[in-house]
Ligand binder design. Sequence first.
Ligand code: HEM
Ligand SMILES: *[C@@H]1O[C@H](CO)[C@@H](O)[C@H](O)[C@H]1NC(C)=O
Ligand SMILES: *[C@@H]1O[C@H](CO)[C@@H](O)[C@H](O)[C@H]1NC(C)=O
Ligand SMILES: *[C@@H]1O[C@H](CO)[C@@H](O)[C@H](O)[C@H]1NC(C)=O
Ligand SMILES: *[C@@H]1O[C@H](CO)[C@@H](O)[C@H](O)[C@H]1NC(C)=O
Ligand SMILES: *[C@@H]1O[C@H](CO)[C@@H](O)[C@H](O)[C@H]1NC(C)=O
Ligand SMILES: *[C@@H]1O[C@H](CO)[C@@H](O)[C@H](O)[C@H]1NC(C)=O
Ligand SMILES: CC(=O)N[C@H]1CO[C@H](CO)[C@@H](O)[C@@H]1O
Length: 331
Amino acid sequence: MAKFGDLGNLLVLCILLGIVGSSYGQLQLNFYAKSCPQAEKIIQDYVYKQIPKAPSLAPALLRMHFHDCFVRGCDGSVLLNFTSSTKNQTEKVAVPNQTLRGFSFIDGVKKALEAECPGVVSCADIVALVARDSVVVTGGPYWKVPTGRRDGRISNASEALANIPPPTSNFSSLQTSFASKGLDLKDLVLLSGAHTIGVSHCPSFSSRLYNFTGVWGKKDPSLDSEYAAILKMKKCKSINDNTTIVEMDPGSSSKFDLSYFQLVLKRRGLFQSDAALTTSATTKSFINQLVQGSLEQFYAEFGVAMEKMGKIEVKTGSAGEIRKHCAVVNS
Ligand code: HEM
Ligand SMILES: *[C@@H]1O[C@H](CO)[C@@H](O)[C@H](O)[C@H]1NC(C)=O
Ligand SMILES: *[C@@H]1O[C@H](CO)[C@@H](O)[C@H](O)[C@H]1NC(C)=O
Ligand SMILES: *[C@@H]1O[C@H](CO)[C@@H](O)[C@H](O)[C@H]1NC(C)=O
Ligand SMILES: *[C@@H]1O[C@H](CO)[C@@H](O)[C@H](O)[C@H]1NC(C)=O
Ligand SMILES: *[C@@H]1O[C@H](CO)[C@@H](O)[C@H](O)[C@H]1NC(C)=O
Ligand SMILES: *[C@@H]1O[C@H](CO)[C@@H](O)[C@H](O)[C@H]1NC(C)=O
Ligand SMILES: CC(=O)N[C@H]1CO[C@H](CO)[C@@H](O)[C@@H]1O
């Protein structure tokens, strides 16, 4: 009898868990299989056609996904130009977003999707899928992107400023920032590995060259001196340079490889936040493991971390909306 009782309890528990699970709603692979079967193919075709013509957009679109997820969850709020509460003071306007690129690319994808199945595919899912496909088409890792995200109706510049970690972050602020999004130290290291592709502008790191801790003429001692000298001579020739772009992983900034981690160990990570990863024994040991491992291992682990990032505070079920235009909320 006790056996049946246990089974009964188990059954009740399963049903309860099922109800709880479905009322919160969950992302699922190929969420649009019935509502828009061609959705993922349309996105992939667009990316595979356009990115090879403008490969520098791939890192930009990967970074856009990160910025979207860290502010109000992965809900497309990074794309909004205007909302009735914040007017034009949306996330885009915030300092960390001033160097985001690829908004019209997203608009192009949305247009193609709206032509096939209007009002079905969310901008938040578009950002997540475009980030993955852009990385894949440039020869980088693949990861699974469960879908079903819905779009948010709020986008607030001061929230972006508060939630996107600045490049001057030390280890403990990075740890706190990532933990607040449900990401651990391993995720922090792996996701920072995205800096293996793409570029930065001088203001993101020039205080390390010219004005460290606000002392004019002081250089960040945690940055390799030779590298600092090269950056000053060839790249950011003055602290006011806000236009020159600098590869974060020089010479291999279009290859999704392990060299970012090798540079960080040589004290040649571009940002203080990159250097900070070597100031904790835990994260430093993750980096050592990565550089000693294979590219395949990095790709697999990076993919797991991306899938996790893509689930931060997502809106599902009947929350939010499916925007008609990614830059504005539905009226
Ligand atoms: C750990 C905290 C992080 C900090 C402090 C940080 C900071 C930055 C900064 C300052 C830039 C350069 C912006 C500019 O001056 O143009 C940048 C670029 C970039 N970041 Fe991060 N980032 C972080 C994490 C991430 C994550 C988690 C991802 C994605 C998974 C990511 C992907 C990228 C990419 C791909 C670029 C190059 C963008 C381009 O070429 O346009 N970053 N990041
Ligand atoms: C949104 O702003 C971008 C510039 O950030 C602009 O190119 C685009 O046309 C705007 N879209 C709408 C619908 O206002
Ligand atoms: C934007 O966010 C900040 C910080 O959370 C808050 O003080 C402010 O009221 C918000 N603005 C609007 C218009 O909601
Ligand atoms: C934001 O909107 C106000 C009016 O609502 C306008 O005066 C201002 O120029 C706009 N700023 C930007 C950056 O578009
Ligand atoms: C890290 O940075 C935060 C924010 O700037 C600061 O409050 C904290 O004291 C710093 N921690 C260390 C160990 O330097
Ligand atoms: C150096 O940093 C300090 C403190 O952040 C700042 O007040 C000062 O304006 C900076 N100097 C220059 C030349 O940017
Ligand atoms: C970049 O520098 C130029 C010239 O020094 C200045 O006019 C412009 O306002 C700066 N832009 C930003 C975003 O600081
Ligand atoms: C992409 C984008 O919207 N960038 C904006 C970031 O903020 C600056 C300053 O407010 C705007 O001029 C940019 O258009």
